[in-house]
Design a protein around this ligand. Structure first.
Ligand SMILES: [Ca+2]
Ligand SMILES: [Ca+2]
Ligand SMILES: [Ca+2]
Length: 131
């Protein structure tokens, strides 16, 4: 099945109010990482069924972005915390490749809260404060 067809079926299913599990799994592959949070990256519940497949803020942003992971989506802070979607998913520039030594999501881009996003300089300054 082509990706276009998968997306068309997915959107039809969304409109009809039920998304088959395989559609969601196929879309997970679009993200740079999804092993840790799985369904919770885009949904408010793990393994959303037909009746409760509600999207969280990142899921909605992903849908609004045409179900595409790119630089634009990576730079947003969909869940309103201090980390960009790209930082939380381990792909800050949004090219679909995990950054450096990252192997999984740093935190969930669909739920407020994240691992501190500090530059090396900020860390150095912080450390000198506590010396
Ligand atoms: Ca965030
Ligand atoms: Ca990257
Ligand atoms: Ca988050």
């Amino acid at each position: 099945m082509t990706r276009q067809l998968q997306i068309a079926i997915f959107i039809l299913a969304m409109v009809a109010g039920s998304v088959p599990a395989w559609a969601t799994s196929a879309l997970m592959q679009e993200l740079p990482a999804s092993d840790r949070y799985r369904c919770l990256i885009c949904h408010t519940v793990q393994d959303p069924g037909a009746a409760e497949g509600e999207l969280n803020p990142f899921g909605q942003a992903f849908l609004d972005n045409g179900l595409k992971w790119d630089e634009k989506l990576a730079q947003k802070r969909s869940d309103g915390d201090n980390c960009t979607n790209g930082f939380e998913l381990g792909d800050e520039n949004g090219d679909g490749e995990l950054d450096g030594d990252v192997t999984e999501e740093r935190s969930n881009p669909g739920e407020a809260g994240c691992t501190l996003q500090l530059s090396k300089e900020s860390w150095t300054r912080l450390k000198t404060l506590f010396r």
